[in-house]
Write a new protein. Sequence first.
Length: 576
Amino acid sequence: MANIIVDQKSVKELFSAKKADFLIPDYQRPYAWTKTECLTLWDDLFEFSFPDDDCDAFDTNDEYFLGPIVTFKNEEGKQEIIDGQQRLTTLTLLLRAFYEKYGNMHSDKAHKTAVFIEQCLWKTDEFGDPDKEQLKILSEVATDADRDEFMSILKCGNAEGMNSRYAVNYRVFQERIQEFQNHYPDYFSNFPIRILQNCILLPIEAESQDTALRIFSTLNDRGLPLSDADIFKAQFYKYYKGNGKKDEFIEKWKNLEVLCNDLFPSSGSPMDELFTRYMYFERAKKGMKGSTTEALRKFYERDGYAILKNPETMPNLIELANFWKDVLNQNDRFSEKILRRLFVLQYAPNGMWTYFLSVYFMANKDDECNLDEDKLYEFLNRIIGFIWAYAVWNPGVNALRTPVYAEMLNIVNHKDVTFGDYKLDRNSVETSFKNYAFTNQRAMTRSMLAWWAFTDDSQPFLSLETVLEIEHIYAKNRYENEGNLGDAKNVESLGNKALLEKRINIRASDYRYADKTKYYLGYTNPKGQVKEGTNIKELRDMATNLADFTEQEIIHRQDAIIDGFMAYLDAEGLLK
């Protein structure tokens, strides 16, 4: 069991302790508190210290809980802050603002207050005198361009001409302190003393960084726990700083972070997603094809983070991110036939294709980060067939890992992806597809419909921004009203479903087929407004050529889709 030390301490007890030596590490995020959070903190502290605006109503036994502080002692003996840096930073700015006001006052109470604050802000000698060059809290946040202003404010107490969040918040506290002194001249020392002695923090000291991170994740479900990428940033920072390229790295990291936030907005940590995609390339290069994938941080921390110290890694990550930017922006660096395959893959039943394609790109890109179009087209077609077939025949990403990881090794060794050791049994796959329940809730339903729509070479190219939903061609309400199907299950069969733009599907969902056709083709309403039809060519052809869509059409279309997919697998050499 991991050892942790948990204690309850006042602000004064925590900060003034001789061993207090806090470090905000380079992998932490920059200081983020704004004027709003600072004013809220001030108001809360004031209300606690002066109940109902009455200094004498304060109970010296009362305590105000400021929250936990999670740290671990690093190799240099400093308390590295994992959780609580925003609170500690803000409290330090508040104390410094109080000191700037009270440090020059000569009353006994003011002097004692100033001495207490000195012991919290600066390291002291054996006589208790502060060394104002030796702060008790330091920031090494790699991507915080303003951290030097924080250090300067703490040392000098002056934020004039500074525009960072540190400076803005410091001036906020200075203004509030001045207002407080103007309104409560007789109690000017009571407020900081009550903050120092009655405001409580819960320091939790872990034995290691990993333990501290686990504690933080457990305690703090509302904040943003440090991602693996934050830890990787620290390793990059140390490497590039040691090579005299610190500023260059910081600029590249910031740009990469912005790009990943745009590319992977639904990911819990967008940068982690990029590192995950790149990890599969590094795994393959190491010959790792085992189906068990270790945690992201565990992988990268191998051999003292050797991968992150490789000068090629950062440029590779940037190139990989830019590749995915071009994929998601449907950039014209790709031909339309490639973009059509990439569009279909966006409807894949699982995300394995993104790792597969990332490995392919990294292994096959030329000096300008381009790929051979014909080979890429062949690769995309083959992985569509295999991933789609596996999702029905042997569902679950875990099952897919074994053949895909093996093929990743072939990719980095510049061998063709054939799935030669994992050929699919024709009869077994066909039976699986015919017995599969293509419900709307299953990702595979959209996958098949997207593939089917683009088997027609004349299907118009669609933007990834197009919102497509599943359309019942023979409306469910029609069956409920007419009851003229021999098998009710045919309403939910794949043969009765197609992708349709959401804007049309909303209007056409409950209509009879004859009424739906005008929505498929487009029409002009009584107000003269032109309503565009669908860009799904199959639906337009149906609307033009079929007077009705009956149960026979459903059955026939179901057979055509499955037979077509089996022929596709055969053409890609995936069947045995």
